[in-house]
Design a protein around this ligand. Structure first.
Ligand code: SF4
Length: 362
């Protein structure tokens, strides 16, 4: 597992600070650059506006171009953007208005607004970066989120964003703002767990969520926004997957992709593991039916977070490597597997004693 925090010597600051670590000459210099002045075996010293920034890191850790958030009084910095990674996500809030049975990041009451810092970080991202925005529910802070996206989109025309949202908080007035940000700049990742309102609402823990979602999916369609529908496969919606496939092809055929996802064993996902995890290595029938139906009607389908050997061979083409590099692991039996370079492996917090029953080298 890659640590998204770096030990630092605390700085004499009173406001959160964003800076970029520079170890080589940049073609895009910025006033937020901290330049390497000393490199030892277990720490590096950078100069930033006359201050010394001491970062504790091993020699082999690539840090050139990384963007850090340093909070007053803290002895560690958040690696907001790792320049060498394609998996950079900004967690903009931990608040949420849903309580999904499998939530990997249970909501917190309080919100710390760091949108100004995230806006600076975005301007310092590597060229062509694709940045994830997640929560909690980012649209609980819709005005700030839209300001952030608009300013980042205007400062950096090369960036694109993937925003995870439950889509409960769009309003007709937002269509103009979506258009102004750039419809091709943002992919909205929206969860839909069942074709029946009652079941979806039960899974997300919010009465009325399904009908609100339906309304806002159609609003996003009218706006011309790009949408990725996301369905975590669980025991609760297993029998409904075929019905959901029907719903997707008939009611939301405009989606860019329908992602069927395996469960993440952390947060509520861990707490509710035994009543939620579906061992899809032992029984793939409902997923097979859903994929067959959707693809026959021209809807693109993807399997997220499925180890390749858990998927029947003809369906492995739908299972790209999706687990972020910093939270991915492989198991002992993955050694020597011919599919390892294409396989996304497992979440760091996956436990094989409670997981898939039928895996093995390809
Ligand atoms: S055995 Fe191969 S396909 Fe299965 S999880 Fe390990 S690397 Fe992936």
């Amino acid at each position: 597992m890659i640590d998204l925090r770096l030990k630092i010597d605390p700085l004499p600051i009173v406001e959160p600070l964003v800076l970029r670590l520079c170890e080589s000459e940049r073609t895009d210099p910025s006033g937020h650059d901290a330049h390497l002045i000393r490199r030892e075996r277990d720490y590096r010293e950078y100069e930033y506006l006359g201050f010394s920034v001491l970062v504790h890191a091993t020699e082999d850790m690539p840090l050139d171009g990384d963007v850090l958030l340093i909070v007053p009084g803290q002895g560690s910095a958040h690696r907001l953007i790792r320049a060498s990674s394609k998996h950079n996500t900004l967690l903009v809030t931990e608040q949420c208005d849903q309580l999904c049975v499998m939530c990997s990041q249970p909501p917190k009451k309080h919100h710390v607004d760091l949108f100004d810092q995230f806006a600076i970080a975005a301007t310092l991202a590597p060229s062509g970066a694709y940045i994830g925005i997640s929560g909690g529910e980012p649209l609980l802070h819709k005005d700030r989120l839209f300001e952030f996206l608009a300013s980042a989109a205007s400062a950096r025309p090369d960036l694109r964003f993937h925003v995870l949202t439950n889509a409960q908080h769009f309003e007709p007035d937002d269509v103009g703002r979506l258009d102004a940000i750039g419809l091709d700049r943002v992919l909205w990742g929206v969860p839909l767990y069942a074709s029946e309102a009652e079941l979806h609402d039960h899974i997300v823990g919010k009465p009325g969520a399904f009908h609100r979602l339906e309304r806002n999916l159609s609003l996003l369609t009218r706006a011309g926004a790009s949408v990725e529908l996301r369905t975590v496969v669980t025991q609760q919606n297993w029998e409904n997957l075929r019905g959901l496939a029907n719903y997707v092809v008939n009611r939301t055929p405009f989606v860019s992709v329908w992602a069927l996802m395996q469960l993440e064993r952390i947060g509520y996902g861990r707490m509710n593991w035994h009543k939620t995890f579906r061992d899809t290595s032992a029984d793939f029938t409902m997923i097979r039916a859903a994929i067959n139906l959707a693809t026959a009607k021209g809807v693109a389908v993807s399997l997220f977070n499925f180890p390749l050997c858990s998927v029947p061979e003809p369906y492995r083409q739908f299972a790209p490597s999706t687990i972020s590099d910093w939270k991915r692991k492989y198991l002992d039996f993955c050694e020597g597997c011919s599919a390892r370079s294409a396989c996304g492996g497992f979440f760091e917090w996956y436990s094989h004693t409670e997981g898939f029953s039928e895996l093995g080298q390809i």
